[in-house]
Design a protein around this ligand. Sequence first.
Ligand SMILES: Cc1ncc(COP(=O)(O)O)c(C=O)c1O
Length: 427
Amino acid sequence: MKPETIAIHGGYQVDPTTRSAAVPIYQTVSYAFDSTEHAAALFNLEAEGYRYTRIANPTTDVLERRVAALEGGMAALCVSSGQAAVSYAVMNVTKLGCNIISVPQLYGTTHTLFAHVLPGQGISVRFAKSDRPEDIEALIDGGTRAIYCESVGNPAGNICDIEKLAQVAHNHGIPLIVDNTVATPLLLRPIDYGADIVVHSLTKFLGGHGTTLGGAIVDSGNFPWKDHAQKFPMFSEPDASYHGLVYTDHYGKGAYLGRCRSAYLRTTGSVLAPLSSFLLLQGIETVALRVDRHVANAKSVAEFLRHHPQVDWVNYAGFPESPYHDLARKYLRGRACSLMAFGIRGGFPAATKFYDALKLVFRLVNLGDAKTLACHPASTTHRQMSPEEQHAAGISPEMIRLSIGIEHIDDIVADLDQALAVAGVAG
Ligand SMILES: Cc1ncc(COP(=O)(O)O)c(C=O)c1O
């Protein structure tokens, strides 16, 4: 099926009991066992079925299958937020004393997790000086367990050369983990270019309406965990927390998510609520239409900003002069994302005047909503960083990040125009 069709039908077969056309919300914590024997078979993973919603739920199952199909992966695991997905994806391949290599351009909270939280658990994250494959490779050593990047960085808008990063990772026997939140599988499917694991904040474009938090981890099923058992013993050695289960034996190619579910979701519990799964599924039904409109509106806004005298620079990969233009052509087929950043003449004071003058465009920290949103990263999402870290992450004081929505383009441009006029007068 094509992505537009997967978004509507993927992962769901009409419920045999009720014939419900919409995916039913299984608002239940537990599932009744037929007998002691049945319960034991479920707990031994010998029988198919559900035990407890923290581990799996039929509504969330549909979401998992749909997201996996959209990304071209073998399976997905959905969790309560994008941050939970990022955390589990990395924790599942690392243990005390290991490291991962990350690009520097990251969503602010992912940066905080990597720079401050994981090191406290004995997992160090080495930030490369750029997203270039050679800068990443230079940091790899025997303790490295993954390369991490955002396919399109939030908010820097950089586009990673996924094919080359995957080659570097595989040459060193480690997986490439890609956060594909900003691009969405409608514009780019990292697995097609060799990525092993894809993570998502479903909260953004996939859900699409700014109502529901959720995250997903998609496994390509391609990484040969067994061939690299020395680096990743957690998949091929008996797990004492699950009476000796060997994930590669039990799940085969699905070992990574099998362990993620049993070892992390089960014990640390960042479970997605069934109602949230339903709302996210409903959002996904229209994602293809929305992304088309987001992309078209973003192109018009970028052109408008580029020619505005109050605007110093516009970071938009759709422009031929963008350093990421060639990568946008390759990976996004020229359809640059609707997340963009620009700098206002007059620096920080002008940026805050502009921000305060917005009337239609929301001042908030989110992206991928049907509504157009504006954020000032230096004072919000990235304020925990030092000026040096902000610079490395592509953040500057005069920078405004826009997530262009699907309103009528004339109304979006009119609001930006009047706010720029206010900033100009003030400046
Ligand atoms: C690229 C990216 N990854 C992950 C996240 C975290 O997602 P959530 O807010 O669903 O935890 C965000 C949130 O903005 C994001 O932009």
